[in-house]
Write a protein that binds this ligand. Structure first.
Ligand code: IPD
Length: 269
């Protein structure tokens, strides 16, 4: 990796996430132009504006790095890759609910190395670096130590999977004794698991720009995550499950997500 390595990218990431959060907050206070990309799949002019600002800043500093953005798609190639969701929770943003964030991850040589999530309406900046922990503003985060009977699990929904698969998953998760919620931002849902506010996040299909930063946070905060990048998870998305380690068995069984990893481990041991 050139141009200052991981330290320089970590610094740039935190600065650009903060700036992008401030821009998203400013755009939230103005009239919002809304379109649908698909069924219940919102996009606003703000998504494009925030992404262009992030990519522009990072390109100026790291001109040879590659980019994968929710709005702009893939650009460049090489082992240094930024994965960007300019506004995660776009439906909330479009409908004037403050539960949205900017999510940016950095991968080095195919491995998730850095992540930052800015939730500007809450004054929260989450960040993580592989092997160096996860933080909310200046406080280290840790997943909660909870049993299934006290657990709150966020179950993300999108029209990319059949409604029946979602409702069946809700039923199976409720049957474990846990309760569930859906707040509409996968990235913040994962950050909340890392901070022990909720105890698990699952979605039957989600894109890499919604999840990578949050997945690194959950791992660095002591949680368990499925192998989201398996197959073509980066380009095409995948199912995701992230949770407090004590809930893994119950949630893998209830959601079916992560089952393949577990079967393989069992066969190999
Ligand atoms: C969506 C949100 C939502 C999740 C969807 C995502 P967007 O991303 O993260 O919570 O359930 O799968 O597509 O469109 O708000 O960036």
């Amino acid at each position: 990796m050139r141009e200052g390595g991981l330290d320089a990218r970590e610094q740039a990431l935190v600065a650009v996430a903060r700036e992008a959060g401030a821009l998203a907050r400013e755009l939230f206070s103005r009239p919002i132009e809304i379109k649908l990309k698909g069924k219940q799949d919102y996009v606003t002019a703000a998504d494009g504006e925030v992404e262009r600002m992030i990519v522009g800043r990072l390109k100026q500093r790291f001109p040879r790095d590659a980019f994968l953005g929710e709005e702009g798609g893939a650009e460049g190639s090489g082992d240094a890759l930024w994965v960007i969701d300019p506004i995660d929770g776009t439906a909330n943003f479009a409908n004037r609910m403050p539960h949205f964030c900017v999510s940016i991850a950095f991968m080095s040589g195919g491995e998730l190395a850095l992540g930052a999530i800015s939730a500007p309406m809450y004054g929260e900046l989450y960040r993580a670096r592989l092997g160096r922990g996860a933080f909310l503003n200046d406080r280290a985060m840790r997943v909660a130590d909870t049993d299934i009977a006290h657990a709150v699990i966020e179950l993300g929904w999108s029209a990319r999977r059949p409604t029946r698969a979602y409702t069946a998953m809700v039923e199976r998760v409720l049957a474990t004794g846990a309760t569930f919620q859906r707040a509409g931002s996968g990235a913040l849902g994962l950050a909340y698991v890392a901070d022990g506010r909720t105890h698990g996040y699952c979605e039957l299909h989600i894109n890499s720009w919604d999840t990578l930063a949050g997945l690194l946070m959950v791992g660095e905060a002591g949680g368990w995550t499925n192998d989201f990048l398996a197959g073509d998870g980066l380009a095409r998305g995948n199912a995701v499950l992230a949770c407090a380690p004590g809930l893994k068995e119950a949630l893998v069984a209830a959601t079916g997500v992560g089952q393949a990893n577990e079967n393989l481990k069992r066969r190999m041991s």
